[in-house]
Ligand binder design. Structure first.
Ligand code: ZN
Length: 185
């Protein structure tokens, strides 16, 4: 590269709603479930607690319980978190749903289709080539950089391959920040 980028533009990937869950329904052929507004169920058994997150099949409405805590000693849980479960706090619902361990334990994957958006900066002036863009993720949405850049700049895949220099693989989905440089065509 002959010159350093003149300007650095911030892009932000944000969640617009909670993603759906790819989870097989036991009652119908559907493989899609939703947390809806988000509700926990708590069951106390002596000093042990079970906590579940309730999800609903998008097709037949059947409710399933996904395990958050299983026979956990009450004292092992943060009281603030426990209050959050009781109050169905939306932030706690989101944090639980997006926790990779929770997904693995309950054997579902997240379906991010239509659940996020990319906030880009306004276009730049022509003289300022090359341009550097810094992509930040405010939520862990897995996207292929190639697709994100193509969408954000309105470029074809070939143009992206020709004009973009990126510090991560363009093809491998990522949900952590990365930087790329756009060269003049
Ligand atoms: Zn169903």
């Amino acid at each position: 590269m002959s010159s350093q980028p003149h300007i650095v533009l911030p892009w932000i990937v944000r969640r617009t709603r909670l993603p759906l869950l790819s989870l097989r329904c036991v009652d119908c052929p559907s493989r899609s479930a939703t947390t809806g507004r988000g509700r926990f169920r708590i069951n106390a058994n002596g000093k042990l607690l079970d906590v579940w997150l309730l999800v609903r099949c998008v097709s037949c409405d059947r409710t399933s319980k996904l395990t958050v805590h299983e026979r956990a000693p009450v004292r092992s849980l943060d009281p603030l978190m426990l209050d959050g479960y009781h109050a169905n706090e939306s932030e706690l619902v989101a944090a639980t749903l997006l926790d990779p361990l929770f997904a693995r334990r309950n054997r579902f994957t997240l379906d991010w289709g239509g659940a996020w958006r990319l906030d880009t900066s306004p276009a730049w002036i022509d003289e300022d080539w090359p341009v550097q863009v810094e992509v930040v993720f405010s939520d862990p949405v897995p996207v292929r950089p190639e697709r994100l850049i193509s969408h954000g700049l309105g470029l074809s895949r070939n143009q992206v391959l020709r004009r973009i220099k990126c510090d991560v693989s363009l093809r491998r989905p990522t949900s952590t920040g990365f930087t790329f440089i756009v060269m003049r065509d």
